[in-house]
Structures are given as C-alpha cells and as structure tokens.
Write a protein that binds this ligand. Structure first.
Ligand SMILES: [Zn+2]
Ligand SMILES: [Zn+2]
Length: 196
C-alpha cells in the first residue's frame, strides 16, 4: 500500500468513497496535496502562542480551498471537509442538483479533473477505464458512464472523441478545460432541468 507523500499515512485505493485515494495514490487527501504543492509550512507552537516552551510542538495549518458548490473560499484543517465549505453545501449537491447519485457523479468528474491535470494522455479515458477507477469507490456496480455522459457533453462539462484502441473504435472522455478551475458541483446544480 502506498503512503502519503505529505503525512506518511497509508493510502488505501479501495472502498474509499469518503476520500480521493481511489484516484490519487500519491497523497491521502486534497489537504496533503495542497500542503506540498502550495509549499505550506507547519505552524510552530512558539510562533503561534508566543510561549517558548511550546516551540517543540507543530500544528498543521489551515489551508484555503474553494467550495465546489457555492464557489466561495474556505479554510480547512487537516482531516477537514473535502471540497465543500459546509455541511449545507455538501447536502445541497444532492438536494439541488436533482441527480440520482449526485455525489458519485461528482466524484467521477473530480477523478477526471485529476486525470487531466496529472496523468499522461491529456486526461482522455475510455468508459471502461473510468469504470475501473470508479469501482474502487465501492459504490459503482456497472459501466453506465457512456450514457450518463451524453447530457454532460451537451452541457459542455465533458468532451468526447472517437479513438482507436487496439483496433477497436470507441469513445474517450475527458473533463472540459474550464472545469480545471471552475467549481464542478456548482455547475451540476445550475444544469438542473428547469420546471415550467
Ligand atoms: Zn497525508
Ligand atoms: Zn459552499
């Protein structure tokens, strides 16, 4: 089992629906990835409290993220909330998007965002490759991605291309460029079908 490149915690790739390790096995959490990539430092007890006898103690700092649902900045400590500024926003993804299994779909998009940013091949993945990753979450039982993505292609969140993979023509998918930085959950809610 790999261990986190920041805090050393073991990273379990399987049945990890509560975190990001089903697609990111370099760090145990977005917090740890940001701590390293953003070159953050531990908070020293002496600096924090002004007490010299606290100098041997170090704290993980609070780090800044943008909420995936409301888009606002929030600060979170290690082991804090992933992706959402509040429980309210985390619940809103389900309540307001009107999508069955919204959390699972959101996790799929985050995985694809990670793939486009860090992995080879500009982020293109076959439906099968996406399914193989999402299976690790433990809550996806069959490959429904090609049909589920049709609507997200029309909204502009997913790009599709036809590729030749070992002599077979098949579709490949990736997250659209603008969603490398824009909040994905917010967009999912905005796309909710309007009632007449
Ligand atoms: Zn870690
Ligand atoms: Zn929020």
């Amino acid at each position: 089992m790999p261990s986190c490149g920041c805090c050393g915690k073991r990273v379990n790739l399987h049945f990890s629906s509560k975190n990001t390790s089903f697609y990111d096995n370099e760090y145990c959490s977005p917090y740890c990835r940001e701590f390293v990539e953003g070159k953050h430092e531990m908070v020293n007890g002496w600096d924090k409290t002004g007490l010299k006898n606290m100098s041997g103690i170090e704290w993980w700092p609070k780090l800044k993220f943008n909420c995936e649902v409301c888009g606002k900045e929030y600060h979170t400590k290690k082991n804090g909330s992933l992706f959402f500024c509040s429980l309210e926003c985390a619940l809103d993804l389900n309540r307001k998007s009107n999508i069955k299994k919204a959390k699972s779909l959101f996790a799929t998009f985050k995985m694809m965002q990670h793939q486009r940013k860090y992995r080879e091949g500009d982020g293109w993945m076959s439906g099968k490759a996406i399914y193989e990753k999402m299976k690790n979450r433990g809550d996806v039982s069959y490959n429904s991605f090609p049909s589920a993505f049709r609507v997200w292609k029309s909204y502009g969140l997913i790009e599709v291309r036809s590729a030749n993979i070992e002599g077979v023509r098949m579709n490949e998918y990736r997250i659209a460029e603008r969603f490398m930085s824009e909040p994905i959950g917010k967009f999912m809610i905005e796309c909710r079908p309007k009632r007449n």
